[in-house]
Write a protein that binds this ligand. Structure first.
Ligand code: FMN
Length: 259
């Protein structure tokens, strides 16, 4: 990447992608780049000159969240700036790599590198295998630093295609799977354990939670699991399911201004 600065926008439901993005940012800084780690859910304004674009997102439903696509769709023209992307997933990414490259190419970015990393699954966990998860997280952070060095040395790549890609690329931006996800993972609050702190409403990227006496859910859930993950007494859950609460970082890290 020829640019001296990088704006790395991330969306992370439960902290996995934040850890990967932070490892990339730290390594780029060590390599002399000025890096800002920014929240994608706040939108992406037109970049300053001499600034590369980085995107870091969760793999969800073999792509990423529809609201992430909406933000990316509104990106201003790349004008030849470098763009790279990374994602984290539980095991199989499906169709993010090629459709994201196509979108950035169309916007006029120079797509210089894409990498995806396995992280602990953050939803529908019956139990949390803490040691296995710690190994995955360490490996992801190492691989993310390696990816950053490849970007610095202009050795990174952004492959097209793949054996199953036509189907998953076709599926990547369809809304129908999300209607099903929302129906399959309805949320509820246990009023006996809710401490009425309002963190869920403040964290929700979709503004789907209204804090009345207790949290009330609207119809805009993006199923990112943030409210479930960061509820201090684990009072929010998928209705009728005994899923274990998972998060990769603590609340203060997720909301921190210094990343
Ligand atoms: C709604 C939803 C859908 C998911 N779909 C996939 C998927 O299709 N493939 C996969 O490998 N992981 C999937 N995952 C797991 C996440 O990609 C993985 O745990 C990721 O690292 C979470 O990152 P985050 O904490 O930054 O949001 C899904 C998670 C959620 C919440």
């Amino acid at each position: 990447m020829k640019e001296s600065s990088v704006d790395l926008y991330f969306f992370s439901g439960t902290g996995n992608t934040l850890l990967a993005a932070r490892a990339v940012a730290d390594e780029l800084r060590a390599g002399g780049k000025k890096v800002r780690l920014l929240r994608l859910e706040k939108g992406i304004p037109a970049p300053a000159d001499d600034t590369a674009l980085g995107i870091a997102v969760t793999i969800a439903c073999f792509s990423t969240y529809p609201f992430v696509w909406d933000v990316l769709e509104k990106l201003s023209a790349g004008e030849g700036r470098s763009a790279f992307a990374l994602s984290t997933m539980g095991g199989f990414s499906g169709g993010l790599r090629a459709p994201l490259r196509a979108l950035l190419d169309k916007k006029g970015f120079k797509t210089v590198g894409y990498a995806e990393f396995v992280m602990p699954s953050n939803y529908a966990n019956k139990r949390i295998p803490a040691e296995e998860n710690a190994v995955k997280i360490r490996k992801c952070e190492e691989d993310a630093r390696r990816f950053a060095r490849e970007l610095l040395e202009e050795r990174a790549s952004w492959r097209r295609g793949g054996p199953l890609s036509p189907f998953f690329n076709w599926l990547a931006r369809k809304k129908a799977p999300w209607a099903l996800m929302k129906r399959s993972f309805p949320l509820e609050v246990d009023r006996n354990s809710c401490i009425q702190c309002g963190k869920c409403a403040r964290l929700c990227p979709a503004k789907n939670i209204v804090m009345e006496e207790y949290p009330r859910f609207l119809d805009r859930c993006v199923v990112c699991q943030r409210c479930v993950a960061f509820c201090p007494p684990a009072a929010i859950s998928v209705t009728g399911k005994k899923y274990a609460q998972y998060r990769a970082v603590e609340y203060d890290t997720l909301v921190s201004d210094t990343l």
